[in-house]
Design a protein around this ligand. Structure first.
Ligand code: NAD
Length: 339
């Protein structure tokens, strides 16, 4: 089997905790080099994941001819410059979400890659969760009829920390809405195949005083008229967070709990009605029970790396294109512009 030779730029939380372990299991991937501005982090990942090289400058990693693709998992404010360097070095790029600090910057990033003729994919790994794949399949099979609404809540506890790039708008582009809500927004688009027509909502700073939102709610009208709500928060304790994704249609519903996560898991219940009948003035609820759906869990990061790897090798399409990712970012940015 052909393998993509990878370089990794940014060896912090998501790379070290999730994507590199996932890459180790990918059948078409070989890790060649890692880079982090913090040399200790790069050296630690070199040892841990058996890479050949560790660097503290992106240019040094990109100078290696053998590297075909890079995974960029640095803070958002570094993305544009590093994409430009990688594209110039003719490396294909898998870029962490959000692509850029703003939709305008993400569009520049897309244009840079087009100009240099390199492939650009965006790391919305939750699309690879077995339950989210299943939900997409069920929607396209018409199992719950026409989608009329969706609701999602994705939260965590993220108190003030010194020198935290995510808590500084100039470095992150936004708080809970951009960092968290972008995932369920992306999933609603991916699972239903619908696009956002109109957006409204709120963002706030109720508990934490950093200069990004500690909570946000986006309310969306989709292109078939469906109404959706996406909530994100940095101010709900982890133990109180449910991570729900609900989709309702004219023939039933799909309720996922605990699937909005960095690990494959959670549960999915589907209610699919054979017939709906007329208006019931008594509003008697039927005895039809939702059915738990079974899937075999895998590793979202392994699937993500393998899928982008197939695109690099000319064996498949880019799983999440820049254009696709920018639509999810725009849905979030539209809420910021109202607040
Ligand atoms: N897909 C997901 O669910 C998910 C989850 C977490 C983070 N992310 C994204 O991944 C990216 C990184 O987030 P994180 O949580 O891993 O951040 P982090 O702060 O944990 O790690 C960032 C790493 O980048 C390093 N770094 C800083 N400046 C650098 C530079 N100029 N060049 C190279 N490395 C540099 C830091 O030393 C650190 O090791 C962000 O885009 C974030 O939104 C995605």
């Amino acid at each position: 089997m052909m393998k993509v030779k990878w370089g990794v730029i940014g060896c912090g939380g998501i790379a070290d905790r999730r994507t590199l372990p996932g890459m180790m299991l990918a059948e078409n991937a070989e890790l060649v080099a890692v880079m982090d501005a913090n040399a200790d982090a790069a050296n630690r990942c070199k040892e841990k994941y058996n890479a050949k090289y560790a660097f503290d400058k992106a240019e040094d990693l990109l100078a290696l001819d053998e590297i075909q693709a890079v995974y960029i998992a640095s803070p958002v404010f570094c993305h544009k410059e590093q994409v430009a360097l990688a594209a110039k070095a003719k490396k294909d790029i898998l870029l962490e979400k959000p692509m850029g600090l703003s939709v305008a910057e993400s569009m520049e990033i897309k244009a840079i890659c087009e100009q240099e003729g390199v492939k650009l994919g965006v790391a919305f790994m939750m699309r690879f969760h077995s339950y989210h794949q299943k939900m997409r399949e069920l929607i396209s099979a018409g199992t719950i009829g026409e989608v009329v609404s969706a609701r999602a809540q994705f939260t965590c506890w993220y108190p003030e920390m010194e020198n935290c790039w995510r808590q500084n708008k100039k470095l992150s582009g936004g708080g809970a809405m951009l960092d968290m809500a972008i995932h369920p927004m992306d999933l609603i688009r991916y699972i239903t195949g619908l696009e956002v027509d109109e957006a409204t909502g709120f963002t706030g700073n109720q508990i934490f005083k950093y200069n990004v939102d500690d909570a946000g709610i986006g309310v969306y009208k989709m292109n078939n008229g469906a109404l959706c709500v996406v909530e994100a928060a940095f101010n709900i304790p982890d133990d109180a967070s449910v991570g729900k994704l609900e989709i309702y249609g004219t023939k039933g519903s799909m309720i996922a709990k605990g699937t909005l996560s960095q690990e494959e898991g959670g549960e999915l219940e589907v209610l699919a009605l054979d017939s709906v009948g007329g208006y019931d003035a008594q509003q008697n609820r039927s005895t039809v029970a939702p059915i738990p759906v079974e899937v075999t869990f895998g590793n979202m990061y392994t699937k993500e790396i393998e899928a982008f790897g197939r695109a690099v090798l000319g064996e498949g399409e880019i799983p999440v294109t820049a254009e696709d990712a920018i639509r999810s970012q725009k849905a979030i940015e539209d809420v910021y512009t109202l607040n």
